[in-house]
Design a protein around this ligand. Structure first.
Ligand SMILES: *Cc1c(COP(=O)(O)O)cnc(C)c1O
Length: 426
């Protein structure tokens, strides 16, 4: 017997807090329960089909169940899933990552983006022997204490600035400066002589989409270098999504430490921290910065990542220029629709990502993103869903295109947006 999504949700709520295993997955009146996926689509437990633009929050750059990756993982499944002794696969993957990211001399593999940023920050502190971390308002770097301060994503969605249970002793060592404001960064570094590192999303993809203004990132690089403060590029979203070498290749900037996760493996659990040799060699057991994980470098996730990077490297410009062209065409048409309907809006887009905000002011930082009309966004989200289009259920997330989206999928999606925007107007 087929159970309704509503029934699945009421069952889940009895055994899972709020019925979900990550906060943004919850939306009114209840989320749909996924049954399977393929290419550009997800099907729910009621056999309803959605064109997926959440795409694992950007992880699924190549689409659901991409053939090459499923083959690589299936092959590995017949050989073993967890050894906890080194494999040559880990060396192969590390070489691929280093080959794509010239700023990385050595890389350590782990499991989640949050784990990667936690390690990156610990490395910066271990390297400088200093305490404070500077982050930018609205940037999201995972759900641990030192970065869950004025963060984006689900914590912005819920209006949480510092989490209950988080220690003030930790968050007070995190200084927050305004995105797209290099002066604010410089002032803050000068005022504090104990800054261990600066962490930033080179393209802010957790307050909706916010682009770095011209020279902002190069100014950030210049200021951190002049003050001997390690710069961490959190490329958990942008790595492999913006280009084969992430946002740093696109903007031509070399950070000291880089974190990678989402699009690294096209849908498996893996992340990485990489950087300069002298920093990375501080990791235990050779160095004194401790990091460890049972599942780190497990052969399933590593096989997926190897296959994913090889596929991306093979497709290269064909993949990225196609996605950019599709995105540009789509966002232009969307802009026309919203303009014709006389809806105040902003569309920010880059590479294969975009977001629409309901406001008449340009969205360039935390403040301007928070001031956009979230009620309208919610209405639009619900209408899109009704019309078979799944985007992330928050204006603080991003719409992600994948290689699996056809021009036909995008045309149908545009029709759905037209209906949804009309409902927003009313
Ligand atoms: C998603 C995200 C993280 C956290 O990754 P998890 O795998 O969810 O822990 C960190 N940084 C950025 C920029 C992200 O978008």
């Amino acid at each position: 017997m087929m159970l309704k999504n509503s029934k699945h949700f009421s069952d889940a709520k009895k055994v899972i807090p709020s019925g979900v295993n990550s906060p943004v997955r919850l939306f009114d009146p209840y989320p749909f329960f996924a049954k399977k996926s393929n290419g550009a689509y997800i099907w729910d437990e009621e056999d309803r089909k959605y064109v997926d633009f959440c795409n694992g929050y950007g992880a699924l750059l190549l689409g659901h169940r991409r053939k090459e990756i499923i083959q690589a993982v299936s092959k590995q499944l017949t050989k073993g899933t967890l050894f906890c002794t080194p494999t040559s696969l880990e060396t192969e993957l590390s070489k691929l990552i280093i080959g794509n990211f010239p700023s990385i001399d050595k890389v350590r593999l782990m499991n989640t983006g949050g784990e990667a940023t936690m390690t990156a920050i610990r490395l910066a502190r271990g390297f400088t022997k200093k305490k404070k971390i500077i982050k930018f308002e609205g940037c999201y770097h995972g759900a641990h204490d030192s970065v869950l301060v004025k963060a984006g994503s689900g914590s912005a969605h819920q209006g949480i600035s510092v989490s209950d249970g988080g220690l003030d002793e930790v968050s007070k060592n995190t200084l927050v400066v305004q995105y797209n404001n290099a002066e604010d960064l410089e002032k803050t570094i000068k005022k504090n002589n104990d800054v261990a590192g600066v962490i930033i999303e080179p393209i802010l993809a957790n307050m909706g989409l916010i682009l770095p203004e011209k020279n902002f990132l190069s100014d950030v690089r210049k200021i951190t270098k002049e003050n001997n403060v390690p710069l961490i590029f959190d490329e958990v979203v942008t790595g492999f999504r913006v280009s084969t070498g992430g946002a740093q290749k696109h903007f031509g900037i070399k950070p000291d430490i880089t974190t990678l996760a989402k699009a690294l493996s096209n849908g498996f659990t893996i992340s990485a921290v990489g950087g300069k040799k002298e920093i990375m060699d501080l990791l235990s057991p050779g160095g004194k910065v401790y990091q460890a994980s049972t599942f780190a470098g497990n052969p399933i996730a590593v096989s997926a990542a190897i296959s994913s990077i090889k596929t991306i490297n093979k497709l290269k410009n064909k993949l990225y220029s196609k996605l950019e062209k599709y995105n540009l065409r789509f966002t232009r048409a969307l802009d026309d629709i919203a303009t014709d309907l006389k809806i105040s809006h902003q569309i920010n887009s880059a590479a294969s990502m975009f977001q629409i905000f309901f406001t008449n002011k340009p969205v360039v930082d935390y403040e301007s993103s928070v001031n956009a009309d979230a009620k309208k966004f919610k209405k639009m989200f619900n209408m899109l869903l009704k019309n078979g289009v799944f985007i992330a259920p928050s204006q603080f997330e991003v719409v992600f295109l994948s290689d699996a989206h056809s021009q036909n999928d995008l045309n149908k999606t545009l029709d759905a947006y037209q209906i949804a925007l009309k409902s927003v107007k009313n």
